[in-house]
Design a protein around this ligand. Sequence first.
Ligand code: ATP
Ligand code: MG
Length: 182
Amino acid sequence: MASPSLIVVSGPPGSGKTTLAHLVAQGVGCPAICRDELKEGMVHAHPGFVPGPVDELNLKTLPAFFGTVEYLLRAGITVVAEAAFQDKLWRPGLTPLLDLARISLVRCLVDPDTAAERIQRRFDENGLRGAAHGDLAHLEEVRTRTLDFDPITLDVPTLDVDSSDGYRPGLPEIIAFAAARD
Ligand SMILES: Nc1ncnc2c1ncn2[C@@H]1O[C@H](COP(=O)(O)OP(=O)(O)OP(=O)(O)O)[C@@H](O)[C@H]1O
Ligand SMILES: [Mg+2]
């Protein structure tokens, strides 16, 4: 059996990474494991949970996230794994997976004003976001340009995607990059 692929989708708050992760997974033909969604699923079993920029469910989602991704890769299943992937926090979780899969990295970028608009609109329209995520703290940091975000770097094929206006490069190119086997 050849190695499965692990397509890592990363980026700061509001950069469009969860949206893009699902589009890439659909294009490649594989599951997307999204950290946000694991946390949203966890909130149901924690009545009264109050989210914050750093909270106890953020910590609990980490082993669930990496454990799920590792389980799928060990079963030979190609997977899109999506999270912010700040370098310092996430590199230790990703490094052990390097031996299990062909890894590629997609890093989403967006201009901060667009990110702030999108985070606010999503918060207003989707009540679950407010129940599960500390979006308003991030929103303030994005607006005031005080967000401390250190993009992940790994010695693997890497594609930077600007999602400010559609996708640059375009979605077909992003999917071709993610599906490449060489
Ligand atoms: N290329 C795009 N053009 C226009 N709107 C977009 C684009 N990508 C995402 N959006 C919208 O912007 C909002 C934020 O996108 P998304 O939730 O994918 O970002 P995220 O990076 O996962 O954010 P977070 O880090 O807060 O989870 C969503 O409401 C989504 O529909
Ligand atoms: Mg998200």
